[in-house]
Design a protein around this ligand. Structure first.
Ligand SMILES: Nc1ncnc2c1ncn2[C@@H]1O[C@H](COP(=O)(O)OP(=O)(O)OP(=O)(O)O)[C@@H](O)[C@H]1O
Ligand SMILES: [Mg+2]
Length: 465
């Protein structure tokens, strides 16, 4: 049986709780901070219930808060459920901001408390598992220049990078803005035999057309007004290394011809020069425009496409990467909280739901920015939706709980997000109905939805009433 620690200064309540919970848990009792801390140090329980009014401050909360902090310092993964009197809403919220998992208001209804406790065990297991996974993923992907991903599409991306890196074939990377195209280009370079040589990026969309040619191919002295000295272009700088042509779809047609010649003959001419200069550079290109359409419309040469896209790597939009969203969110959270010296423990359940449901038009870059902003602005232990610039919802709803449970389904994601969500929703409703002996009114209360909503959900999942 799972170890559960109950901390309360009232002997009656300790007895009542032990009596009610001993069937399901290996219950231990503590009457004050010293006993509680000693138990946690020795037995590391995964879940603790904590009364805030402990002696010598039985009428206040100071001793309770000290206990909470010490428990979390000893065992940060422990879920502490704060049990409070009816008029202590403020302290309850403060406790959650301090890092308590949840609060429960007296009078104690064992059946109800059981649901809260069993959820806490469930969430604790998910979090520990996620942390383990996170570390495994980060170790594994550190060889890919820090590209994080576990979903099948990203596995495919890694496999392709590995295969092409040691060759010299041109690679064409596609994907929406912020999906990691530059990161992939760098990974290809880092994993190649050219890794000690330069990686030279050039953004074809950011430079005015008349400056782009000398930027790419260099110019001889006196090639144009202002060309006082000979200057090398990016292509030449990439000699023996890798040339990254970012936003290649923006390349003007005239330069497309010149680039094509370089790819075919491995020589360039500087602007104002006549000499053919041999250059050995591996070319990786990227675009976030629909290149097939650009070819159809005549703004991108088909022959250049076939030359640059011997291999294509497509990066899926973030919204299609399932649990990778949480892996990335946690990575950025850790990175930024270290940077800003903040002690943030994670994301609140409602935030996790919104992270998974959001559309992410700006993809990984947007996620990175939102988490950074949240780390700077947020001041609760678990970041709230509003910290990330999402609309916040207050009540814990069935779908929120479902989303939290979602994090459990980490990798075996060969099902879609919607299927997973439906499955968790159905299981949760079944469990709660069972626990409440089929009492719809009680079940809807526990699930935090209205009765009509629960009826609708049951109908949706084809459940008998
Ligand atoms: N899978 C990933 N793991 C970790 N970090 C990532 C991942 N994908 C992207 N990033 C980070 O997200 C940011 C955007 O990535 P990057 O610049 O490579 O995107 P891009 O596709 O080139 O975007 P754009 O089309 O806007 O140029 C970078 O800070 C990058 O480090
Ligand atoms: Mg880019």
């Amino acid at each position: 049986m799972e170890k559960l620690l109950i901390v309360d200064d009232s002997e009656d309540i300790r007895k009542q709780m032990k009596w009610g919970l001993a069937k399901d848990y290996d219950v231990s009792l503590a009457a004050n901070r010293e006993e509680a801390v000693a138990f946690v140090r020795k037995h590391r329980p995964r879940v603790v219930t904590l009364d805030l009014g402990l002696p010598p401050d039985a009428d206040g909360t100071s001793e309770g808060f000290l206990t909470l902090e010490e428990i979390l310092r000893l065992e940060p993964t422990t879920k502490v459920i704060v049990v409070t009197g009816n008029d202590e809403r403020e302290s309850a919220l403060r406790a959650v901001r301090t890092g308590a998992y949840d609060f429960y208001r007296k009078p104690i209804e064992i059946a109800e408390l059981k649901v809260v406790i069993s959820r806490a065990f469930h969430i604790q297991a998910i979090e520990v598992e996620n942390r383990r996974l996170q570390i495994a993923v980060e170790n594994k992907t550190s060889q890919f220049g820090g590209i994080i991903g576990q979903c099948p599409q990203m596995e495919q991306v890694f496999a392709t990078i590995k295969k092409v890196a040691s060759t010299d074939v041109p690679v064409f990377v596609t994907g929406e803005s912020g999906t990691g195209k530059e990161l992939v280009a760098k990974a290809i370079h880092t994993l190649s035999l050219r890794k000690e040589k330069p990686f030279i990026p050039i953004n074809c969309g950011a430079i005015p057309e008349n400056l782009l040619e000398p930027e790419l191919f260099g110019h001889e002295k006196g090639a144009f007004t202002g060309a006082h000295v000979r200057s090398l272009g990016k292509v030449e700088y990439a000699h023996h290394g890798t040339l990254f042509l970012d936003e290649i779809g923006e390349l003007p047609l005239g330069l497309q011809v010149k680039l094509l010649r370089f790819l075919q003959e491995k020589v360039i001419q500087r602007v104002g020069g006549r000499e053919d200069i041999p250059v050995d550079a591996r070319v990786v290109s990227a675009t976030n425009v629909d290149i097939a359409k650009a070819i159809q419309e005549g703004s991108f040469r088909e022959d250049l496409f076939y030359r640059t896209a011997v291999i294509t790597i497509h990066l899926p939009p973030l919204r299609e990467r399932g649990n990778d969203i949480l892996l990335l969110a946690n990575l950025f959270l850790r990175r930024f909280s270290e940077g800003h010296n903040k002690k943030i423990k994670g994301f609140a359940p409602a935030t996790i739901e919104q992270l998974l449901a959001f559309d992410w038009p700006g993809n990984v870059r947007e996620l990175e920015n939102r988490v950074q902003r949240a780390v700077i602005m947020g001041d609760s232990a678990f970041l709230e939706p509003s910290d990330l610039g999402f609309e916040s919802k207050t009540a814990a709803t069935a779908s929120e709980a479902a989303a939290t449970a979602m994090t459990a389904m980490t990798v075996p994601a060969n099902i879609t997000l919607k299927e997973a969500r439906d499955r968790v929703e159905r299981d949760l409703i079944t469990n709660v109905l069972h626990e409440q002996d089929g009492n719809i009114a009680k079940a809807s209360q526990v699930l935090g939805v209205s009765r009509p909503t629960l009826y609708d959900l049951m109908k949706k999942h084809g459940m008998e009433q």
